[in-house]
Write a new protein. Structure first.
Length: 609
């Protein structure tokens, strides 16, 4: 199985773009930046102490040894001074490192939190089409967000805790080398750009592999999520081996990508380590030569001095490949993350029309609609959904019934034609205001992680407990709730599918909206529950605009008006009895439903009882 490249982010981001995008999340914590920079400077100064002390100590000891009369008192003084300076330096360095890492990590955590909150808020503002677009499947979105936040927060950590201290120390060490001897400084300086050039080539060569791994992570996340969501079907058909094989194929592709990328990485890292060692050898040879020719200012102590300073210069080089790898990963993942955060074209459009009363008179004229995958669901659909009436949408699966409800709730916008509500174009309505006046019950409703009461109150957050109880009674779920050990405090996810459906219906009752959209509201309920819910829904229908999608004949024939759809087109319309007399699709569906229910045998059974 191959990993789909279409799931990869399309935007190309460089390091400057990355820093530009992440700075708005870092700047609110500028005081932490200031503290970190101050500690970085102190830490960089501390890093040079060893080289300076060793330089002076070696020369002092060498001079002491060359004296005609060796003095242990002088030697003890030198050793005591060295010990005090180095131990004091270590204490200060330990304190600086602790606070530097603490404040840097604090900033990383805070930035990570802000990134997470921002992307969730952003996604909540997107239109429905974003979530149904190819490449935006749940697992892939989760992977883009999780890995984006992780890599971006690591970038903050690398920049303020790793890169700044290392490069500040390197620059300071290089400056000290130039001050001591310009030739040695030039040798050290020449090694650095070569190393950076090799690192640049490495990143360029490995970029494709990193993008492949990014797409692979999304594919793996989506595959695992699909397995979890489909576990009942998988087990019922004994398809565990097939699914395990598919997952193995995806993982095998990922493994090949990772191994190839790592092989290239290790080759370049070996080359960079070789360059670093060449630099050290050149420094030793040059400083030793200058000492041998008695170059002014060059002593044995200076050999050690320059070698240790070059170690501080090369320290960022030793760490650079790891940090650069992290930065390149961040570039790949940041493209996906900021692609979500900056997707302005995905923001749900809204108008400003907020009338005090919503009558619920819909008029659709010549509506066409195509989903993002290219499937056209509606063709030149025109219908009038009257205020205060019950309108049923009838048709075989895939006829476009649910698509119409999605358009009326502004989840999607038509490609062509117009939709008006109470004489005003639907696009001009305030989207939130419209949905506040709509009660939507689907065939499969989502139940949130929380108590039964919290789930019912989702329809009206300010409702009282008495309102919750009333809604539960209307949905005929109250008695079952009270039989549970924790009553309304029971976790709603522990309920059966039918019970969860009633909770969703109770959510609609507590909202008490003037517009009601019912898409197979009783599909997962038993016959008695269906009859009970039908009675409750019949009660709430009074005086409201109701659109119902159902294969249940009993709910269809209660409608004031029905529209029959076939393959995305309206083929019949009128009162139920009138449309039945016309024959066609509706009569076929009606008769098939009656036969599937064995209506004749049911009638005979009832007559004999």
């Amino acid at each position: 199985m191959t990993i789909e490249k279409k799931s990869e982010p399309t935007g190309k981001m460089n390091i400057l773009d990355l820093l530009k995008n992440i700075m708005p999340f870092v700047l609110p914590y500028r005081w932490l930046i200031g503290v970190t920079l101050a500690l970085t400077l102190v830490g960089s100064l501390m890093a040079q102490v060893n080289a300076v002390v060793l330089d002076r100590a070696v020369d002092a000891i060498n001079a002491l040894i060359q004296q005609p009369q060796f003095s242990w008192g002088s030697a003890l003084k030198i050793l005591t001074t060295i010990s005090i300076i180095l131990l004091g330096k270590e204490v200060i360095a330990a304190l600086v490192t602790f606070f530097q890492r603490y404040y840097g990590e604090r900033m990383r955590i805070l930035v990570s939190r802000d990134l997470s909150v921002s992307v969730v808020r952003r996604m909540l503002s997107f239109r429905m089409a974003f979530f149904t677009s190819e490449g935006n499947e749940t697992g892939k979105l989760q992977s883009r967000i999780d890995r984006g936040i992780m890599s971006l927060s690591n970038t903050v950590n690398n920049f303020f805790i790793e890169i700044l201290p290392l490069f500040t120390s390197a620059i300071l060490a290089l400056a000290l080398m130039f001050m001591a001897n310009i030739y040695v400084g030039l040798v050290a300086l020449c090694i650095v750009p070569i190393y950076f050039w090799v690192t640049y080539i490495q990143a360029k060569r490995m970029k494709g592999g990193r993008r492949g791994i990014f797409g692979g992570h999304q594919a793996v996340s989506q595959s695992i999520l699909n397995i979890i969501e489909s576990i009942t079907v998988i087990k019922s058909f004994n398809r565990e081996k097939i699914e395990a094989g598919r997952q193995a194929d995806i993982q095998r592709t990922m493994t090949d990508l990772q191994l190839n990328t790592r092989k290239q990485s290790y080759m370049f890292n070996g080359l960079k380590s070789f360059l670093e060692q060449i630099g050290t050898v050149l420094i030793i040879i040059l400083t030793a030569y200058l000492v041998l020719i008695d170059y002014p200012g060059m002593t044995i102590g200076k050999i050690m001095y320059h070698v240790m300073l070059f170690a501080n210069v090369s320290a960022p080089i030793r760490q650079l490949h790891r940090i650069y790898d992290d930065m390149n990963d961040a570039l790949i993942y940041a493209e996906g993350f900021f692609g979500i955060l900056h997707a302005d074209n995905e923001v749900e459009e809204t108008g400003h029309h907020r009338p005090s009363e919503v009558r619920g008179d819909f008029q659709l004229s010549g509506v066409d609609f195509t989903y993002s995958n290219g499937t056209q669901a509606l063709f030149d659909v025109s219908m009038h959904i009257r205020s205060g009436k019950i309108t049923a949408l009838v048709g075989l699966s895939g006829a476009g019934k649910s698509t119409i409800v999605n358009l009326l709730d502004k989840f999607y916008h038509p490609d062509r034609g117009s939709i008006t509500l109470d004489g005003v174009e639907l696009s001009e309505w305030d989207t939130q205001w419209l949905r506040e006046n709509v009660g939507l019950v689907l065939q499969k409703n989502h139940i949130f992680d929380g108590t039964i009461e919290e789930n019912i109150k989702y329809g009206h957050p300010d409702a009282s407990h008495e309102d919750v109880v009333k809604a539960a009674r209307q949905a005929y779920i109250y008695d079952q709730i009270m039989q549970l050990p924790n009553g309304f405090e029971t976790q709603a996810l522990q309920l059966s599918g039918g019970q969860q459906q009633r909770i969703a219906i109770a959510r609609m009752f507590i909202k008490n909206p003037p517009l009601i959209f019912l898409d197979e509201p009783t599909a997962s309920l038993d016959a008695i529950a269906t009859e009970q819910i039908k009675a409750s829904i019949d009660a709430i229908k009074t005086g409201r605009t109701v659109i119902i999608i159902s294969h249940n004949i009993g709910q269809i024939i209660d409608a004031d008006y029905i529209y029959v759809l076939k393959e995305g087109r309206v083929v019949q319309g009128g009162k139920p009895n009138e449309v039945y007399q016309q024959g066609g699709v509706y009569k076929d569906i009606f008769d098939a439903s009656a036969r599937s229910m064995n209506v004749d045998k049911i009638a005979n059974t009832m007559e004999q009882s």
